[in-house]
Design a protein around this ligand. Structure first.
Ligand code: NAD
Length: 258
């Protein structure tokens, strides 16, 4: 019996094979969950589903075939459709992972109104939209996991600008409020704060000198991997974290100890 047998999860921003959302999907699938892959483009979601099935089959891990659904997290209607298709396909919904996010390097005076709106709309409103779309269908005892960031704690400055940091600070606050409100239904809401995790978002963002300086500032001496984040998300999605709600777990190799 695996940790998430019979459970159903929906993960946003999960289509990029090098991304955190994809690693979370692979990990929850391997733990027995049925998973909906939600991302901007249907073709990318379809490709991710094919690749996930191939990867897990290669490892000899039996799994439920994932569902691919295109949705922009800025649009609540699109997420309502994704939730409906998930429940139609798998019969229930237990875990939400709010992972879709964008980051832009900017200084305060360079943030345009469009930069502000797009970053807040995807990173923060996207979490609200997902929750509002899913809550009526989420099982009692369900789990919501939100991907915040070390940027919210230290004031950006790694890749995302101040508006990115503010959006992730909002994610941390929104999650705490949701944890209070949904606790009576047994729904737990927790965040993770990844440090520097090498994905498409930042693969080419640092020159060699910056890379070395950053790694020197990490006690564990390496950048993180999407799997490092996925493993903690599995813990938060499983009953092993059964008495945790309103928390945020740092995944940063010790880069920010507070
Ligand atoms: P990524 O760019 O590889 O993945 C983000 C995914 O979100 C992509 O598949 C993209 O298509 C999708 N997406 C973007 N806008 C969307 C929208 N409007 N609707 C639906 N999907 C959308 O980035 P990643 O590094 O895997 O980031 C995943 C999450 O982790 C983000 O929330 C990011 O802010 C957070 N994070 C990343 C790092 C890091 O170092 N990589 C650190 C801290 C937090």
């Amino acid at each position: 019996m695996s940790q998430l047998d019979g459970q159903v999860a929906l993960i946003t921003g999960a289509a990029h094979p090098a991304g955190i959302g994809y690693a979370i999907a692979r990990t929850l699938l391997a733990a027995g969950a049925a998973v909906s892959i939600v991302d901007l483009r249907q073709e990318a979601c379809d490709a991710a589903v094919r690749q996930l099935s191939a990867e897990l089959s290669e490892r000899g891990q039996s799994h439920v075939a994932p569902l691919a659904v295109a949705a922009d997290v800025r649009e609540r209607d699109a997420l309502e459709r994704a939730v409906r298709l998930t429940v139609d396909q798998f019969g229930r919904l237990d875990v939400l992972v709010s992972n879709a996010g964008i980051a832009q390097p900017r200084k305060v005076m360079d943030i345009s109104p469009e930069d502000w709106s797009s970053t807040l709309d995807v990173n923060l409103r996207g979490m609200l939209n997902l929750t509002q779309a899913a809550l009526p269908h989420l099982s009692d005892g369900g789990r919501i996991v939100a991907i915040a960031s070390i940027a919210a704690q230290r004031g950006g400055g790694l890749l995302g600008g101040p508006h990115y940091a503010a959006s992730k600070g909002g994610v941390l606050s929104l999650a705490k409020s949701m944890a209070r409100e949904f606790g009576p239904r047994g729904i737990r809401v927790n965040c993770v704060n990844p440090g520097v995790i090498i994905t498409a978002m930042n693969a080419n963002a640092f020159d060699e000198e910056t890379r070395k300086r950053l790694i020197d500032s990490i006690p564990l001496g390496r950048f993180g991997t999407p799997q490092d984040v996925a493993d903690v998300c599995l813990f938060l999605a499983s009953s092993q974290s059964g008495y945790l709600t309103g928390t945020a777990i740092d995944i940063n190799g010790g880069m920010h100890i507070h």
